[in-house]
Design a protein around this ligand. Structure first.
Ligand code: PMV
Length: 302
C-alpha cells in the first residue's frame, strides 16, 4: 500500500487579473489531502467523505492508467484537511496525490512535471475549465510567481505566516469570473486600469518578498481593488477588517471571492487574528505558506 499527500493553496496576489494575462503569486499551505491506495485483485473502489473529491480521484486513476499503459485493481481512500469549493485547491490536491499514489503502485516513475500536467488534465476533464495554477502549486509546493502569457512559473523563496479565514460559504469560481468579465465589458475604461494595477501590485509584492520586505499594505490595496471589481462580500470584508483590527499587517480575500476564504498576514499576532476571525463565526486556520509539494508519506511493499 502507499499513502501520498499534496497541499492546498492560497492565491496571495493577482486573482482575477491573472485571467487577463497579469501575473499572480500563489503558495502551498500546510493543510493537505491524503490518499491511501492499496492493490486489490480487481476493480477500482474509491471512498471519500466528499462527493466532489471522489470525482477527481476517479478521473486521476483513469488518466494514470492511460498514461502509464498499466492497470491494476485499486482500493483508494481520500482524507482531506481542506474544505471543498473554498478556493483552497482541494480538487487539485486530490488529483495530484491520487496520480502519484497510483503511479507508485503501478511501478511507474513520473516526474513532477508529468504529475502536474496529468493533474491539470483531471481538473479540466471533470470541471470543463481550469487554470494550471492549483495543480502546479499542489505538485511543486512553495510560492510561485505565475506568468500566464508566458506559461511560466518562477519559484520564490519566501515563507509567510498566514491565517486563513473560511466563511463556510461555497461559491462558483466560474460565475465570479463571468461577473468580472461583464463589468469589464460594461466599463472597460474603468475596469481595465484596475486589472493593470492589480498586476503592478503583484510584481511589487514579488520584488518585496524576494527582498524579505513586508507585503501587508500591498495585500490591503489588492483587497480594495478586488472589492471594486465586485467579488468581495460583506462577510469577507468583516473578516478582513476584524483581522486588521486584531493586528494583521495586511488582509485580503483569496481566490475567486463571493464567499470562500480570506488571508491575513500576521507574523506577530496570528493567535489574536485567528480568535478575531472565529468571533465573526468563521473557521480560522493558522498556516505557513511554503508547504512541501506532492509526496509519498508511507509505502509498504506487499
Ligand atoms: O477560487 P480559486 O482559488 O480557484 O481562484 C480562482 C482564481 C481566479 O483568478 C478568479 C480564476 C483563475 O482561473 O485564475
Amino acid at each position: 500500500m502507499v499513502i501520498t499527500s499534496a497541499p492546498g493553496k492560497v492565491i496571495l496576489f493577482g486573482e482575477h487579473a491573472v485571467v487577463y494575462g497579469e501575473p499572480a503569486l500563489a503558495g502551498a499551505i500546510d493543510r493537505r489531502v491524503y490518499v491511501h491506495a492499496t492493490k486489490i485483485p480487481s476493480g477500482v473502489k474509491i471512498v471519500s467523505d466528499k462527493s466532489k473529491d471522489f470525482r477527481y480521484a476517479k478521473k486521476a486513476v483513469e488518466l494514470a492508467f492511460d498514461y502509464t499503459g498499466r492497470k491494476c485493481g485499486l482500493d483508494i481512500k481520500v482524507d482531506s484537511e481542506l474544505p471543498p469549493a473554498s478556493g483552497l485547491g482541494s480538487s487539485a490536491a486530490v488529483s495530484v496525490a491520487t496520480i502519484l499514489a497510483v503511479s507508485k503502485l503501478l511501478g511507474a516513475k513520473l516526474s513532477r512535471a508529468e504529475i502536474a500536467k496529468l493533474g491539470h488534465r483531471a481538473e479540466l476533464e471533470v470541471q470543463g475549465a481550469a487554470s494550471p495554477t492549483d495543480t502546479a502549486i499542489s505538485t511543486f509546493g512553495g510560492v510561485l510567481f505565475i506568468q500566464p502569457k508566458k506559461q511560466k512559473y518562477q519559484r520564490i523563496n519566501a515563507t509567510l505566516p498566514m491565517v486563513v479565514g473560511y466563511t463556510g460559504i461555497e461559491r462558483s469560481t466560474k460565475m465570479l469570473v463571468q461577473n468580472v468579465k461583464s463589468l469589464k465589458e460594461k466599463f472597460p475604461e474603468i475596469v481595465n486600469p484596475i486589472i493593470k494595477d492589480i498586476g503592478k501590485i503583484t510584481r511589487e509584492a514579488k520584488r518585496r518578498l524576494e527582498n524579505n520586505e513586508d507585503v501587508g499594505e500591498l495585500m490591503n490595496i489588492n483587497h480594495g481593488l478586488l472589492d471594486a471589481l465586485g467579488v468581495s462580500t460583506e462577510k469577507l470584508n468583516e473578516l478582513v477588517y476584524a483581522a486588521r483590527n486584531a493586528g494583521a499587517k495586511g488582509a485580503k480575500l483569496t481566490g475567486a471571492g463571493g464567499g470562500g476564504c480570506m488571508i491575513a498576514y500576521a507574523p506577530k499576532n496570528a493567535e489574536k487574528v485567528a480568535r478575531a476571525i472565529e468571533k465573526c463565526g468563521c473557521a480560522a486556520l493558522k498556516t505557513g505558506i511554503s508547504g512541501e509539494g506532492v509526496r509519498v508519506a508511507f509505502k509498504y511493499n506487499n
